[in-house]
Each structure stands twice: as structure tokens, then as C-alpha cells.
Ligand binder design. Sequence first.
Ligand SMILES: C[S@@+](CC[C@H](N)C(=O)[O-])C[C@H]1O[C@@H](n2cnc3c(N)ncnc32)[C@H](O)[C@@H]1O
Length: 251
Amino acid sequence: MSESVRASAAEKPDYGIDAPAVLRNLFLIGGLCLLLGLLLPPVVHLGQVNLAARPTFLWPAFFLLFEACLYLLYVKFGKFRHRDFMLGMHDWRGDEQVLDVGCGRGLLLAGAAKRLNAEGHATGLDIWSTTDLSGNAETATLHNLELEGVASRCTLVSRSAAEMPFADAAFDVIVSNLCLHNLYDRPTRLAALRHIARVLRPGGVALISDYKLTSEYAKEFQQLGLQVQKKRGSLLTTFPPLTVVIARKPL
Ligand SMILES: C[S@@+](CC[C@H](N)C(=O)[O-])C[C@H]1O[C@@H](n2cnc3c(N)ncnc32)[C@H](O)[C@@H]1O
């Protein structure tokens, strides 16, 4: 076997770092507080004010670096556990039409596609924002799908979640992780939620995971006539802690 063939056989999919600037800032500011807490004299005199340097800087350092480590744990391990937790909420037949809203580099998309047979198909929708996910690009996602051996069962669509170009009732299962909070204004988010309800087939299920705004998603789905439940992801492996809104469209 040649070197290049062996190298590509060993290559693993890379699902990127979510909101990379947040992780960088946690480490940077936490590290800076740690240095100040360790290097400054115990009491710093600032005019009339005497600042106790150790507690002032070491407590924030501890919290920020602890959060950075939890975040890193999610990026490296937790996201795979959370993907399996989400996909385990549906009883797969194999012939489902699946939509991943904000698929990024294909974490849930590839996981869902692996549960499909020749009649099933998975579609990933994204705008490929590199602020939200490191190395985010349609080509990077395609490459991951190839490495996972599911590219032939997947299609990628470059559009916003608020402007879904799909027919009504086109999907049996809709998944989404850490995407919808990135639609910053409420009317745009509500437009995305209405599209999800619209393109979901009667009898189908939407599994929408996020770290905030999940009550808003649940309320909107209920108003649109869907049956809604919520489940918390693991507090050990998701950071920030994630909640999954499970919305079923009645037959
Ligand atoms: C934190 S990443 C999560 C990616 C993937 N779901 C995962 O769990 O690995 C958020 C994703 O949402 C996408 N996104 C942000 N705004 C979007 C929008 N308006 N429409 C579609 N996707 C969007 C970003 O491009 C990014 O890929």
C-alpha cells in the first residue's frame, strides 16, 4: 500500500470547534487572570484602594479555565455522545428522509445517514459560518461524509434555515444542534421554526438541540400544533448544557 493511500485510510473526520472564539477567549482571559493572581504582590495599592490580588484574579481564573476545559471536553468527546443521545430518540426504519438544520461539518448528518438504507436520504442545510464552527465549509463537510462512507446518501444545501427551499412535508426526521440561537433576531428564528414545522411530514419528528432559547422553540412548535417534549443532555458531557426539544407532528 502506498504512503498516500495509507495516510488517507487513517484520516479521521474532523467536526471542528464550535464557536472557536469563545473557547479561545475563555483560555486567554482565564490564563491572564491566573498570571496576574500568581505574579502580582498579595496586595496591590491603587490610590486609596487596596486590592487583594489573589482572590480577585485567582477565582475568575479558576472558573474561566474550568469552563474552557468543559468546553474542550464537549468539542473532543461530548458532541459524539450528544449526537448518539439525539439520534437514539428516534426508532429508525432506514427509509427516512432526514434534514439536518445547520449541519456544519456533518456531525449529525453523517450519524443519521449511517442509520439509513438505500431508500433513505439525508440533507444538510447550512450557511457555512466559520464564526460558529472552525473550518466550516461545504467542501469540508463533503470530505467528512466521504470519510464516513455516507456521501452517496447525503445532499448539501447552502441556504439559511429561515429560507428553507423544501416542499411541505418533505422530511420524516429533522435534527439540529447548536444552530438556531445563531439566528439572532426573533422573527428570523420564528421563520426557521415555522419552516421546520412546515417541511416535517405528519407522523414525523423534529429533534432540536440548543443551549438557550429552547423554551421559545417549544412554545412556537406547540402553537403550530406539534406535540412537544424536552429532554436535557448530559451535564457531564455537554457544555454549555444542551436541551433537546422533541416535536412530533400529529398524523
Ligand atoms: C455550532 S455549529 C454546529 C454545527 C453542527 N450542527 C454540529 O453540531 O456540529 C452551528 C452551525 O449553524 C450554522 N448556521 C448559523 N446560522 C445559520 C442559518 N441562518 N442557517 C443555517 N445554518 C446556520 C453555522 O454555519 C454552523 O455550521
